[in-house]
Design a protein around this ligand. Structure first.
Ligand code: TRP
Ligand code: ZN
Length: 934
């Protein structure tokens, strides 16, 4: 049995002409949403019995099948039963209705077990398979992590355990029996309730778990291992007592309180906001070190990547604390949105993920600062999802086809999917949205449904037509919203002329208009909000108060406001009310400065600051063009020094940008986290999205130069804020919005100052690094030091390593910082880290920190000689021999290749071609690499 199953023979050899073909290649690989048909058989109950062993694990699956093929023609036999499987599981026997089948009665291939002539009517199949979990490096199905057994079945991992109808619309009741060595695996966990357990001969023991709720097999889970546990009792609103338990490796028991607190808060929040209670007496969370993704919502047995459970002030940052809170919430919320109501097929993934991300975002907003959370989410959307939507992997939130479903757990399905759910919330209001959710559960509890079912529930509960939202599910690409304004003083009318256009995406040339809810207000000259009197098509006047939502769903429309006393400053798309790129023509720097100071909507205040930078950035873009010209004439790379000189010669950073930032920094009414985000420049990836043929290192140097100018000119304010927000020595770490805000602002100021590269500042950073009382301050100082050349860098890195040698989660930060560093020539260091004793290539977190971290370095990944690309190409192929999902995420570093200059395009393309041509490549990597080349 192969360690990492690769299904080479089924991957078509890539010919270059294939890239020109429409996205319907030959072969059975591509699955289409349009091809959905109900399964010919379904399953009512599954009894699984695991004999867990060191060499082999035997699984006996007793499956009760029920015909679903409808009425057979007289005398016609039932269709064959085709079950999904995987190359690395060994079939020991198959029996139907108590009779063991002979060789000729079934067929086994790498992917299927076909029972040729199943009996008519219901029947029971008993299938025995043999697994080698310790050799399963894919981390899908049953595998071992740190000596413990665990499972991961979403999306299609259950077929790595037994032969089954591995699709979410087959829902059954599960019973799990497992037996194992009692000393090696004292803890035995399954879904549902523990029904029975006991000792056996030979030092073994067993447990039987019964899950009363029908579920698809992707929610099945099992854990067997040596684990410590912390427990808390929770009482639901209706008085039901629930035992909450978190299982971790022995030494980590002191780091689970934050996750437990987050779980309790999640349960309370879901009761308060949605009236949803937990439905069993037991809720377990298990932390494992080897995990492909963040966490998994298996029924009553959530399995988490340990980095999303474990936290202590000394080892986790504020960001880690907030991610843990968000992900614990996310997985818990899946119990209703995902588990009780699940997806009919994997094309509907956003039904559960978009909705559950929306729910976790709202939860985090309620627990912390709402505007700050919104800004963070939009920053993420713009830097990751907009890029994906503009590239070769662009797909609608409900994709039309896939080769490997794993590749569609994307920022589009999750984050844009959440934005689409937010559209309902914006249009219907909180109350209307709740009515829709209530009807959704009333209709679909216990069923596997579609995105259309969700939209219908929302529409029917509110008696409105929401068909206009349908295109958000079928069209890829980020819609562009173009707005012009006009004011007529004589008639005191103000008009917004809106146009929309969605750019073509691969395989989708023509786009139709979508419904864009534009949440807005109008500001009078004194900054106050003006009453909104919107003229209807029939001449009627609608009074919107001071904030309204415009429904814009045609290619063009004009919205007319009456009785507007003076030309207002518009505040549009408040709270980012739709995932679009808006251009407001004639929005002057004066308007932006005014909005930054006065807008009632905190999100739009931040947005105004971002746009101000963009207005200033026109200058940088001019600079970039000059630099390209200079480089073309003189050849060679652009040193930071040369960039600085040219930027300075071109006039530097405009005064109004500096003054606007100064005003934000010194505003006593603004929240510290908000300030820290308001003075941040748009990310490199966001800017590259806007530049044709961009040169990432050059852009990085320009951006760094601008930060340095801001730091120099805002220095007194930055130094004052550091003083004001520094905690007195001995202050204990607490995780709450106020404390996080102080740390965020202080550390942002310190990071800005560090770019000045003055010996005094560097020494202060090193002192702060050495004396830091929590990981947030420690890692912030270290990241600033890592960007500087000099002895302090090496000294700090070494000290950090010595301190955290035995802490694999903290060393992920250490690996990531070094990998992402823009220090010139850093590739050599990164290469040496691959062989470092702290690095383990079979662990996904390690790969993500080191390889994906390296892919985020504009200077070293995008080095002009192609060395960064070569390194990454080699790494993708090496990791693909171990874990296909991880390798597929790594190869995504190349998918943006069309954004860059021609030399870089050629080099990145060459890497993709080399990868696609590689013998034995996984389907996961093949799909992403080949689609990028098209
Ligand atoms: N359903 C999980 C979530 O979003 C995602 C997930 C966990 C996953 N592990 C996975 C998806 C493995 C694909 C493969 O919460
Ligand atoms: Zn999820």
């Amino acid at each position: 049995m192969a360690t990492a199953a690769t299904e080479t023979e089924e991957i078509p050899e890539i010919q270059h002409e294939e890239h020109k073909q429409p996205p319907h290649p030959e072969g059975p690989k591509q699955k289409f949403r349009a091809d959905y048909t109900a399964p010919p058989f379904t399953v009512t109950t599954v009894h699984l019995d695991f004999i867990l062993g060191e060499e082999t694990t035997d699984v006996t699956a007793k499956i009760h099948f029920v015909p679903n093929y409808g009425q057979l023609a007289a005398g016609a036999p039932p269709p064959p039963l085709v079950l999904d499987g995987r190359k690395d599981i060994k079939l020991l026997s198959v029996a139907l209705g108590g009779r063991v089948l002979g060789e000729g009665e079934y067929e086994v291939s790498d992917k299927h077990l076909t029972i040729k002539a199943p009996p008519a009517g219901e029947f029971e199949a008993v299938i025995v398979t043999q697994l080698r979990p310790q050799d399963n490096s894919l981390l899908e199905g049953l595998y071992k992590s740190s000596g413990n057994f665990c499972t991961q079945c979403e999306a299609e991992g259950f077929r790595g355990i037994t032969y089954f109808l591995d699709r979410p619309d087959v829902m059954a009741k599960y019973t799990t029996r497992m037996e194992a060595d009692a000393s090696l695996y004292p803890v035995l966990l399954g879904n549902g309730n523990l029904a029975e357990s006991g000792q056996m001969e030979g030092g073994r023991h067993y447990a039987v778990w019964v899950d009363p709720y029908p579920k698809p097999c992707y929610l099945f889970a099992l854990v067997a291992g040596k684990l410590a546990m912390k427990e808390r009792e929770y009482t639901t609103g209706s008085g039901r007592k629930v035992a909450l338990r978190i299982f971790v490796q022995e030494g980590n028991l002191g780091r689970v309180d934050h996750a437990l607190d987050s779980l309790v808060k999640s349960m309370q929040w879901d009761e308060q906001v949605y009236g949803l209670e937990y439905d069993l007496d037991l809720f377990n969370i298990v932390a494992v070190d080897d995990f492909n993704m963040g966490a998994m919502e298996n029924k009553s047995l959530n399995i988490f990547n340990s980095r999303l459970v474990l936290a202590s002030p000394q080892t986790a940052t504020d960001l880690d604390y907030s991610r843990i809170e968000g992900v614990v919430g996310h997985e818990y919320f899946h119990n209703w949105t995902g588990n009780r109501v699940t997806c009919r097929d994997w094309f509907q993934l956003t039904l559960k993920e978009g909705l559950t991300v929306f729910r976790d975002q709202e939860f985090s907003a309620d627990m912390n600062s709402r505007p700050v959370k919104r800004i963070e989410d939009v920053m993420m959307l713009r830097s990751s999802q907009f890029t994906e939507d503009a590239g070769p992997m662009a797909h609608p939130i409900r994709p039309e086809s896939y080769i490997k479903m794993d590749n569609f757990y994307t920022v589009t399905v999750y984050e844009k999917g959440s934005e689409v759910v937010r559209l309902y919330h914006t249009l219907l209001g909180a109350e209307g949205f709740r009515k829709g959710m209530d009807l959704y559960f009333q209709r679909h509890d216990g069923h596997a449904v579609t995105c259309d079912d969700f939209r219908a529930a929302m529409a029917d509960a509110n008696g409105v037509d929401l068909e206009a939202l349908g295109r958000w599910y079928s069209q890829a690409g980020t819609p562009q919203l173009h707005v012009t304004t006009s004011y007529d003083a004589a008639s005191r009318t103000y008009r917004l002329h809106c146009k929309q256009r969605t750019p073509p995406t691969p395989g989708q040339e023509e786009k139709l208009p979508v419904l864009i809810p534009i949440k807005m207000g109008l500001l009078g000259p004194d900054g106050s909000e003006l009453p909104l009197k919107l003229q209807g098509a029939d001449g009627s006047v609608q009074d919107l108060g001071t904030e309204g939502v415009l429904r814009f769903d045609t290619p063009e429309a004009t919205f007319t406001f009456l009785e507007v006393p003076a030309e207002p400053v518009p505040s549009l798309l408040r709270g980012f009310s739709a995932p679009v790129k808006m251009e407001l023509e004639g929005q002057s720097e004066q308007h932006l400065t005014f909005l930054l100071a006065n807008d009632a909507d905190a999100f739009n205040r931040w947005e105004a600051g971002q746009r101000l930078w963009e207005a200033g950035q026109r200058l940088s873009r001019k600079l970039l063009l000059q630099l390209y010209a200079a480089a073309a004439a003189g050849g060679g790379a652009h040193s930071p020094q040369a960039v600085a000189e040219r930027c300075a010669a071109a006039g530097g950073v405009p005064d109004n940008l500096v003054e606007a930032f100064r005003a934000v920094l010194t505003d006593p009414d603004l929240d510290g986290s908000f300030k820290s985000m308001a003075v941040m420049l748009p990310t490199g990836s966001e800017l590259l999205d806007a530049i044709q043929g961009g040169d990432p290192p050059l852009l990085h140097h320009v951006r760094t130069w601008v930060v340095r100018q801001l730091a120099a000119r805002l220095r007194p304010e930055l130094e004052q804020l550091i003083k004001d927000n520094d905690d007195a020595p001995g202050t204990p770490y607490v995780f709450n919005a106020a404390a996080c805000a102080r740390r965020a602002l202080k550390n942002r100021c310190l990071t800005m100052l560090s770019t000045l590269e003055e010996p005094g500042i560097t020494a202060m950073l090193l002192r702060r690094f050495n004396e830091a009382a929590n990981m947030t301050d420690e890692i912030s100082a270290l990241s600033a030091l890592v960007e500087l050349a000099g002895p302090e860098r090496d000294q700090a890195l070494q000290a950090f390593y010595d301190k955290f040698k035995g802490e694999p989660l903290v060393l992920l930060k250490w690996l990531g910082l070094q990998a992402t560093s823009n220090a010139p020539g850093n590739l050599a260091l990164v290469k040496s880290l691959v062989d470092h004793e702290a690095f383990n290539i079979t662990n996904p977190n390690n790969c993500y920190s080191l390889f994906l971290g390296f892919g985020r370095s504009p200077v070293n990944f995008h080095a002009a000689d192609g060395s960064g690309y070569q390194f990454m190409g080699d790494a993708v192929l090496r990791v693909d021999g171990i874990n296909h999902q991880v390798a597929a995420r790594m190869v995504s570093a190349f998918t943006t290749w069309r954004q860059y200059d021609t030399e870089r395009q050629a080099m990145m393309r060459a890497q993709l071609e080399r990868i696609v041509a590689h013998k034995g490549l996984s389907e996961n990597v093949f799909e992403i690499a080949s689609k990028s080349l098209k």
